[in-house]
Design a protein around this ligand. Sequence first.
Ligand SMILES: [Fe+2]
Ligand SMILES: [Fe+2]
Length: 193
Amino acid sequence: MLGLKLPTDPRWVNIVEKNIEEILTDHAYCEQKAASMAISLIIGFPEKSELVKEMIALSREEMGHFNMVHEKILERGWILGRERKDEYVIELMKFFPKGGSRETHLVHKLLYAALIEARSCERFRLLSEEINDKELADFYGKLMASEANHYTMFLKFARKYGERTVVDEKWQQLLEYEAELMKGLGKKETMHG
Ligand SMILES: [Fe+2]
Ligand SMILES: [Fe+2]
């Protein structure tokens, strides 16, 4: 599914289920970070008009998701806590070497975004299918549907602004690296943990 090379261990849901407040807190920040990633692409690459247009729409959509998760937190009588560190994203973003041309930097950013979207979508699907809390299962089912085209959009832009064969090769390498990373994850009650 989604090109990912290693599925998440379904037992991750059992860990998540024991601490709904924690997963919702972490998830809320994932949505906010997705919105700020879209905005950072606008700031960094204002001349890419098609990208700018899509990133405006995406930042709005992701802030809409943030709002939905925030409402869920309030409905359950909690208050949004502090941001959790996302070790997965930190490790993932070590893959491509720093430096290179501006275009290369753009392609790398787009590929990271594509992968984070794909893995998040996979985690949403798992939650929608496996979590016992019916209300949250429905919630994640709906979110998964609206996230599903984000990863393909980022991949499409990477192929548009980079050289196709180079981009495809980098994407495969990143997928393999991510699968290795994933072997040590699936053990924490965070969206990518
Ligand atoms: Fe989202
Ligand atoms: Fe997304």
